[in-house]
Design a binder for this molecule. Structure first.
Ligand SMILES: NC(=O)c1ccc[n+]([C@@H]2O[C@H](COP(=O)([O-])OP(=O)(O)OC[C@H]3O[C@@H](n4cnc5c(N)ncnc54)[C@H](OP(=O)(O)O)[C@@H]3O)[C@@H](O)[C@H]2O)c1
Length: 338
């Protein structure tokens, strides 16, 4: 299966290195000529979970160089969200007849691309890997992890099995018949656990200890879950049942809810939000495709999402350096949306 990996950062670099180490025919696309030259010189190296591999990267070029060349059976799109939305329309003509574009961004990107480019060409993907790029060409795999793929229309298909077998020769890959539900389960936690942690500049365990943090978590999660259910998705159990106990359109505080929260804390309570790293490095965040996706979809479905909208505004203000991560922002969001 001729495969092109677009975006050789933390996740794309990990997948590319493991595919190349397995002897697969893989081409790599970077944003520009300088990145391509650097990777060609350095090759790719992965350490950490899954074992160390070190490979050369003979076929690497800036993405625009591929636009007039040969076609591919599979294109794995592993850029950040905003870049994926921008570059994806250029990539679909690079697919061979019956070929597949596999976006693996968090949040609303895969669904948005499937709506724009068609379910025939876009397969949904989700990454459960924790990957870090130490320097270009050098990556760390931080957990056992796996890729989850599936049809947006739901159910099983020959092509998911085919792509799963192909990628599975290098990285663990699973198929789900309920990809939309799986994407929502991750999004529900990203938009609450991760985004609120980034805004507060704290871990979830730290911010949830304050009444403001706890209330903001609940209201953010409740809005997102209401949108998910209104869209017809059936979020799957991930670390917890996606629908909190005694939920009736909103979370009901109490002992059962505390037990449910404790399970989330066990899994995610002490992690540093990747969005906080984006703030620290002055990088564009993926907020428009996380909480922003919930706001947009809520608008289309007639579900109110004022808390998520205020969160999006707050993150943009931090990115513009008009504000900085601080727990006091959680109270400001609550006050603005009561
Ligand atoms: N890392 C993880 O553990 C992980 C886990 C789950 C999900 N994800 C999701 O996976 C996606 C990628 O994350 P990441 O951590 O791998 O990000 P990353 O380290 O920033 O890698 C993205 C790479 O894409 C490149 N790129 C940007 N625009 C491009 C273009 N037009 N053509 C070719 N390459 C381009 C970037 O190059 P420049 O450096 O030049 O911009 C960068 O090397 C995100 O949506 C993230 O949410 C990541």
């Amino acid at each position: 299966m001729r495969t092109l990996i677009v975006g050789v950062g933390a996740l794309g670099g990990l997948v590319a290195a493991r595919l190349l180490a397995a002897g697969s025919p893989v081409w790599l696309a970077t944003r520009n000529t300088e990145s391509a030259a650097r990777l060609k010189a350095s090759g790719l190296r992965v350490t950490g979970a899954g074992g160390a591999v070190s490979v050369e990267a003979p076929e690497v070029a800036p993405v625009d160089e591929y636009l007039t060349g040969e076609t591919f059976d599979l294109i794995v799109l592993a850029t950040k969200a905003h870049d994926a939305i921008e570059v994806a329309p250029k990539l679909s003509p690079l697919l061979r007849r019956g070929g597949t574009l596999l976006p693996i961004q968090n949040g609303g990107v895969p669904q948005t691309l499937a709506e724009r480019l068609g379910n025939d060409c876009v397969l949904g993907g989700l990454s459960n890997f924790g990957a870090t790029m130490i320097t270009p060409g050098v990556y760390e795999q931080r957990n056992a992890g796996y890729l989850l793929i599936g049809e947006f229309a739901g159910g099983e298909s020959e092509r998911t099995e085919h792509v799963c077998r192909w990628l599975g020769g290098a990285v663990e890959t699973r198929v789900t018949p309920n990809l939309r539900g799986a994407i929502w389960s991750k999004l529900l936690l990203n938009c609450s656990v991760t985004t609120i942690g980034a805004i507060a500049g704290r871990t979830m365990r730290e911010y949830i200890a304050s009444p403001d943090g706890r209330e903001l978590f609940q209201r953010t999660y409740d809005e997102a879950l209401s949108v998910a259910l209104a869209s017809g998705a059936r979020p799957e159990r991930m670390i917890v049942d996606p629908v909190p106990p005694t939920w009736s359109g909103r979370s009901v505080p109490g002992e059962a809810h505390d037990v449910w929260l404790d399970q989330i804390l066990k899994g995610y309570g002490d992690l540093k939000a990747s969005m906080l790293q984006d703030f620290e490095r002055g990088r564009t965040t993926e907020i428009d495709f996380i909480n922003g996706y919930i706001v947009d979809l809520g608008r289309q479905l007639g579900v109110r999402t004022p808390v998520n909208a205020a969160i999006v505004e707050t993150v943009h203000a931090i990115t513009r350096r008009e504000s900085a991560p601080d727990p006091v922002l959680l109270r400001q969001i609550l006050h603005a949306t009561r």
